[in-house]
Structure formats: structure tokens, C-alpha cells
Ligand binder design. Structure first.
Ligand code: HEC
Ligand code: CU
Length: 327
């Protein structure tokens, strides 16, 4: 029954079309390197779908090209074509084969998704914050905040992606995972980087004028480097907190008005004339009857034409004591 099938011309056309299609697939870098376990699975699924499509594309296109060439009507042929009836066998085949393939793809896709979203017990959790136009990464537990995302290699990272203003989208092309950052929602992503290196984080959702520069970096490092980085950053945070607590302690300690007078002359006298007893650029300070706290806040933060941060530490305590001494 296949006597009428023109095997040779079809095969020649098929080989040509297959070569062109495969050439485009193989010689162009369509995908970035798969540098996470999840990207490996997803990209393999992608290529499976692609090569299945190539097979059917080649079959259908070959028959089409052959038919166009072979049965092209001559220019003066105005007749309707001969009436043909369908071919049941052929129709059963072209319904059954794609149906089976769809089921295979659905099962395969489900397996990939299920594995990619399996949560590992030893995962590291990172809070990802998107805002116009930057990314920040928080390490809960360690109290560390970072502008770069640091991840240990070969360990699953759970990213809790949040937006502080509008919708953004967290994307690291090499990781094969992308997830929207939506205000009010925490979007969880699981990524297991499997190669040490530095990768770009891209915002993949148009989020405003600075969208194209909303980039940061992921640094995938060894487990030891990760632990060392986290410990060092946690220590830095602790030291900064201790330093500001110490400064606060100095500022709020009872001050010495005589020493404060010297500081006042140097730092405040230019504006608060006659040692604060008269108005200059700044108002007269005698008789304002403010609390220590109010004076301290004024000096730390400034107000209007008065700059903040002129004095700190013990000098601040002393100058507050001086201002109180002239009330
Ligand atoms: C550059 C000028 C300038 C310097 C220097 C300056 N001040 Fe002032 N200060 C002002 C001005 C102007 C105001 C009024 C601010 C306002 O309320 O807009 C002011 C207000 C204040 C007030 C609040 C008084 C009120 O009634 O509102 C206090 C207290 C004060 N200064 C203390 C200090 C002390 C202490 C220093 C030195 C550490 C200092 N200032 C240095 C210009 C200055
Ligand atoms: Cu954005």
C-alpha cells in the first residue's frame, strides 16, 4: 500500500529541512549555561520539547514542500480539485501520536516541577527585597543585610522575594529561575547553584525609569567562604550596634557645663551669639527651657538653618549641660 509514497524525494527534502533546523538549534547559544540544579532540569525539558517539535516540523514541512512542488496547478488550470475523502487510518495516527506525546510531556513537566520545588532540610534562607531601583538581601538569624546575594555552592537557597513599592521580577538567567516580586506577597523561589562564580541579578519586570539599571550580583562561593562571610558580616553588624550604643551612652551621660562652654564657643558661638545669651543667626538659647533630650535631638539632627551633627559623644553631653546652665 505504500507503493505510491515518493520515499526518495520526501527523504531528500526532509534531510535538508532537518539540517537547517538542527543547525539553528545547535550553532546558536539560545540558553545561558545551566549553573543551578534546577536550570539543568528545566533546560533538558526545554530541549526535549524542542527536538520533539523538530521531528514533527520536519515531517509536516517535507510533505508540504513536496506537495507544493509536485501538484502545483498550472497557470491556466481554473478547475476545482478532485473531491477526496479523508483517510481514517492517517487521522487515527495523527490524533493518537500527539495525544501520547502530550501525556508524556505533562508527566515529564510535572516531575521537573516537583523536583525543582522540593524543599531541602539544610537550605539557606534569604530575604530578597526589590525596590525602585535596587535589590537588597537579608539573612534572617544573622541579622545581616547585603547589596550582593552571597550563596553557598551545592546547597539549596530559599529566596523569599518581596517588593517594597511596585512589581519587580527577580531573575538570574544562569539559574533558570525567575519570580515576580509583588507588593504584599512573599514569593518563594528555590535555587541550588552548582558552580562557583558571579552572576547578574536582573529585574525582569518594567518597574519605572531606572528599570534597566536595576541590577545586582549573586556571588556563589564555597561553603567555607560562605560561613566566613556570614560570620564576618554578623560581627560587623554587632560591632556597629555596639559602637552606636557606646556613642549613645557617652551622649546621654551627665555632661560638664564648663567643658561644654568651650565646645559651645568653638562650634555654636558663631550663630548663637554671646554664648547663647543673645540672638544671632540662631535664636537666643537662654530661657528656652528645653529638656536635655530636646537639646540633644536638635544638635544631632539640626533644624532649618542649623546643621546637624556638629558635635557628638562626650562633647554633646557637655554642650547640653552648658545650654542647661544658662537657662
Ligand atoms: C549655622 C548656624 C548655627 C550653628 C553653628 C548652631 N546653631 Fe543652633 N540654631 C541655629 C538656628 C538658625 C536655629 C533655629 C532653627 C529653627 O528652628 O529653624 C537654631 C536653634 C537651636 C536650638 C533650638 C532653640 C529654639 O528655641 O528653637 C538649640 C537648642 C540650638 N540651636 C543649639 C545649638 C548648639 C548647642 C549648637 C552647637 C553645637 C548650635 N545650636 C549650633 C543656627 C545654628
Ligand atoms: Cu524592578
Amino acid at each position: 500500500m505504500y507503493k505510491n509514497v515518493p520515499i526518495i524525494p520526501l527523504a531528500v527534502i526532509g534531510v535538508i529541512i532537518a539540517a537547517i533546523t538542527a543547525g539553528q538549534a545547535l550553532f546558536i547559544d539560545w540558553l545561558p549555561p545551566a549553573d543551578s540544579v534546577e536550570a539543568g532540569r528545566t533546560f533538558t525539558l526545554m530541549w526535549f520539547l524542542f527536538w520533539c517539535s523538530v521531528v514533527f516540523f520536519v515531517i509536516v514541512t517535507s510533505v508540504l514542500v513536496y506537495a507544493i512542488w509536485k501538484w502545483r496547478a498550472s497557470d491556466d488550470d481554473l478547475e476545482d480539485g478532485p473531491p477526496t475523502h479523508g483517510n481514517t487510518k492517517l487521522e487515527v495516527v495523527w490524533t493518537a501520536v500527539p495525544s501520547i506525546l502530550l501525556v508524556v510531556v505533562a508527566v515529564y513537566g510535572y516531575i521537573v516541577l516537583d523536583r525543582n520545588e522540593a524543599v531541602a532540610a539544610d537550605r539557606v534562607e534569604v530575604d530578597v527585597y526589590a525596590q525602585q531601583f535596587m535589590w537588597t538581601y537579608g539573612y534572617p538569624g544573622a541579622g545581616v543585610e547585603s547589596g550582593d546575594l552571597i550563596l553557598p555552592v551545592n546547597r539549596q537557597a530559599q529566596l523569599n522575594v518581596r517588593a517594597r513599592d511596585v512589581i519587580h521580577d527577580f531573575w538570574v538567567p544562569e539559574f533558570g529561575i525567575k519570580g515576580d516580586a509583588v507588593p504584599g506577597i512573599t514569593h518563594t523561589l528555590w535555587i541550588t547553584p552548582n558552580k562557583v562564580g558571579t552572576y547578574p541579578v536582573v529585574c525582569a519586570e518594567l518597574c519605572g525609569v531606572g528599570h534597566s539599571v536595576m541590577r545586582s550580583r549573586v556571588r556563589v562561593v564555597s561553603e567555607q567562604d560562605y560561613a566566613a562571610w556570614l560570620a564576618k558580616s554578623a560581627t560587623k553588624v554587632k560591632n556597629a550596634a555596639a559602637a552606636s550604643a557606646a556613642a549613645e551612652k557617652l551622649e546621654t551621660a551627665p555632661g560638664d557645663a564648663a567643658a561644654g562652654k568651650t565646645v559651645f564657643e568653638a562650634k555654636c558661638g558663631g550663630c548663637h551669639a554671646a554664648l547663647g545669651m543673645e540672638a544671632g543667626v540662631g535664636p537666643k538659647l537662654a530661657g528656652i527651657n528645653w529638656s536635655d533630650e530636646q537639646i540633644r535631638t536638635q544638635v544631632k539632627n539640626g533644624k532649618g538653618a542649623m546643621p546637624g551633627g556638629l558635635v557628638s559623644g562626650t562633647d554633646l553631653a557637655n554642650v547640653v549641660a552648658y545650654v542647661q546652665s544658662i537657662q
